[in-house]
Design a protein around this ligand. Structure first.
Ligand SMILES: NC(=O)c1ccc[n+]([C@@H]2O[C@H](COP(=O)([O-])OP(=O)(O)OC[C@H]3O[C@@H](n4cnc5c(N)ncnc54)[C@H](O)[C@@H]3O)[C@@H](O)[C@H]2O)c1
Length: 279
């Protein structure tokens, strides 16, 4: 039986680990070849979370190859448009076409109220989580138009792209901005049968969420909180009694939007949030 994205080529940013890796694997499992882009290193020197590494990307490669699909990898920063464009051009040259863009790379820093946020932190967040998404799509679109087969662009926003949580202002602003990007691209690209949608995950079990800093943020009352301690509080965010979802839960939404099953779906904000929007 043919896969749900059989013969298509997908560009995925932030593909070394976490959700990006899971998207690469899920799309490969359903027949797509992959252009995997990631910085594979620290975004900043004082990063609170361990950065993705070339070894992480090597693992993504092995997993995709396990489904007998081709994968081209590039170590690139989504802030650098020329490098992203070269990466995408090279990937398309090697794999022959481009049908799907998943602009997923992002950072999750925060902690200060918006009026006390320093300019560097603000700018870095906008440069990666908003401008980086724009640059990734900008690099892919000419290939999709030229291919003449339409396509699907999926932008990773967040529950924080539809509502606000305190002390995450730069992230919230950037993720709301991603919705604006999605709507603008959708109205411009519809004439080419290129569809553009956002996914809005709640907490996902990846290094961005499952780390010491997040556990302490959820449980400031405990000295050494663990995942189980965090879960008790995190599940209060949701209607379904869970603290977080798994990367595959987001990948299944991405797969639906990438496949022709959603051929007339564009401009959608698709939440995978365990009911967080209802609270
Ligand atoms: N984990 C969550 O709880 C959660 C919830 C909602 C939305 N999101 C969003 O999902 C997306 C994926 O995050 P994740 O959970 O997989 O986290 P993650 O930290 O595991 O993965 C993010 C990946 O993006 C890459 N990346 C970061 N900055 C980059 C840059 N400048 N250039 C190229 N690559 C870069 C990292 O190297 C890493 O591999 C992000 O946009 C994030 O904001 C995450």
């Amino acid at each position: 039986m043919a896969g749900r994205v059989e013969g298509k080529v997908a560009l995925i940013t932030g593909a070394a680990r976490g959700q990006g890796r899971s998207h690469a694997v899920r799309l490969a499992q359903e027949g797509a070849d992959i252009i995997a882009l990631d910085i594979c290193g620290p975004v900043r020197e004082d990063a609170q979370i361990a950065p993705a590494s070339p070894e992480d990307m090597a693992e993504t490669v092995e997993l995709v190859k396990g489904f007998n699909r081709r994968i081209v990898t590039v170590e690139t920063d989504v802030r650098d448009f020329d490098a992203v464009k070269t990466a995408v051009d090279t990937g398309v040259e090697q794999l022959g076409r481009l049908d799907i863009v998943v602009a997923n790379a992002g950072i999750g820093t925060g902690g200060a109220p918006l009026h006390e946020t320093d300019e560097f932190d603000w700018q870095e967040m906008q440069d990666i989580n908003l401008s980086g998404v724009w640059k990734s799509v900008k690099a892919g679109v000419p290939h999709m138009i030229e291919g003449g087969r339409g396509g699907s662009i999926i932008l990773t926003s967040s529950v924080g792209g539809l509502k606000a949580h305190p002390n995450m202002g730069p992230y919230i602003a950037a993720k709301h901005g991603v919705v604006g990007l999605m709507r603008s691209f959708a109205v411009e690209l519809g004439q080419h049968f290129i569809r553009v949608n956002t996914v809005h995950p709640t907490n996902v079990n990846t290094p961005m969420f499952m780390n010491e800093g997040a556990m302490k943020m959820f449980r400031p009352d405990l000295e050494n909180p663990g995942p189980e301690d965090m879960k008790v509080v995190a599940q209060l965010m949701h209607v379904l009694p869970i603290g977080w979802v798994e990367p595959e839960d987001i990948s299944n939404a991405v797969l639906f939007l990438a496949s022709d099953e959603s051929r007339y779906v564009t401009g959608l904000t698709l939440s995978v949030d365990a009911g967080s929007a209802l609270k």
